[in-house]
Design a protein around this ligand. Sequence first.
Ligand SMILES: NC(=O)c1ccc[n+]([C@@H]2O[C@H](COP(=O)([O-])OP(=O)(O)OC[C@H]3O[C@@H](n4cnc5c(N)ncnc54)[C@H](O)[C@@H]3O)[C@@H](O)[C@H]2O)c1
Length: 436
Amino acid sequence: MKITVIGAGYVGLVTAACFAELGNEVICVEKVSSKLEKLCRGISPIYEPGLDEMLQRNIQRGRISFTDRIEEGVAFSDVIFICVGTPQSDTGKADLSQVEKASRQIAINMDRYKLIIEKSTVPVNTHKWVKRTVERYAKKSVEFDVASNPEFLREGSAIYDFMNPDRIVVGVESEKAKEIFKELYKPFTEKGYPLLITTPQAAELIKHASNSFLAMKISYINMVADLCEKVGADINEVADGMGYDKRIGRAFLNAGLGYGGSCFPKDVKAFIRIAEEHGVDFSLLTEVEKINRKRREKLIELVENTLWINKEKNIGIWGLSFKPDTDDIREAPSIDIIKALSKARANLRLYDPKAMENYMQIFPPSENLKYVSDKYEAVRDADILIVITEWKEFKEVDFERVKSLMRLPIIVDGRNIYDPYQIRKMGFEYYSIGRP
Ligand SMILES: NC(=O)c1ccc[n+]([C@@H]2O[C@H](COP(=O)([O-])OP(=O)(O)OC[C@H]3O[C@@H](n4cnc5c(N)ncnc54)[C@H](O)[C@@H]3O)[C@@H](O)[C@H]2O)c1
């Protein structure tokens, strides 16, 4: 099939590359010229394992191309995925201006049937606004459908997730749209992946409700971790015991610094707001947010309680991205932590395998904040090491070397990646979350 994707970010680019990999012809419209220039050379502007190779393969096969000309994208196919950003606005509502603009651009340029698909995460009933906008701005009277097809991929394993979905959700209002989706997702349904066909409003709700539920699991286990600390239980044992229950599951029960990233924080907020607008009091989620915010403060307190005074202390930081295997730092817990430690005038040495370039945009290097090129350099002369993101390379460490480089052998592990017994046996003073 021929497919158009608007927006070449984490979702759009992965969607475009994967559909091309499956044999479709795809055009991807991206408005930012620096991104477009890279894409045309087969280089992904974002870090996502396997994406560069997939892009290059499909550019060579002539199955994927990139443009900044929306009219070219709209003319190219009848199936258009909107994959633009839906960030949080000042009020906490989703800022849908990019979706609105893409809808107008499609309307102005369409001259035959189009299936317009919201893949971006949007509040319930956004499809109605998209439909109204397309009707208002269309220059010609042409038939079209608006559908919702939310994306559930995770950054860091986005290609795997796209190709091996737990479920595909499509919210449609017409038979024609339903048939197009069935054809489009045939390579998936043939392999047995479930295709769930719903109304557009149910599909929109499924995405927000799923993300908010996962965020709730994280906040829940973090509260249990706090209780574990008080009573001398190990949160990992508790989470394992809970996770074996099929009704609960072990995923998203890792205590630590809480959730961050470009999705959970804004989606939980947007879900609370949309519930409010419809007179539904979803204060359960307000608590989820509150608990999550406090995780970052808790880590700062832990560091303070360990060092007494943070000022002039040398602090090594491992991990800046909001989670491993991504360079995405949006709403990363590290941001609040680095802000607080900088304010306290500590000397910071930061290391992350992929996210440092992005990080320098918010925290430029300075006398008290230095970026280093490997994890061992980060702990040189350090009074304390803080682990913020659980990258694999932080699990495989020469601890003797770390100890010999540090001024004091103290580790605060915000992600519970080390065995407390082993690490203390090696002579470290070690603090983690919810473990005795
Ligand atoms: N990142 C994730 O893990 C993830 C997962 C599932 C769903 N989502 C949702 O998918 C949506 C996109 O997220 P993302 O992380 O890919 O965002 P992103 O900011 O990385 O990418 C959006 C891209 O769209 C481009 N764009 C915006 N308007 C455009 C226009 N009119 N024409 C051409 N290009 C345009 C931007 O320049 C940008 O490159 C959001 O709604 C998000 O909530 C994200």
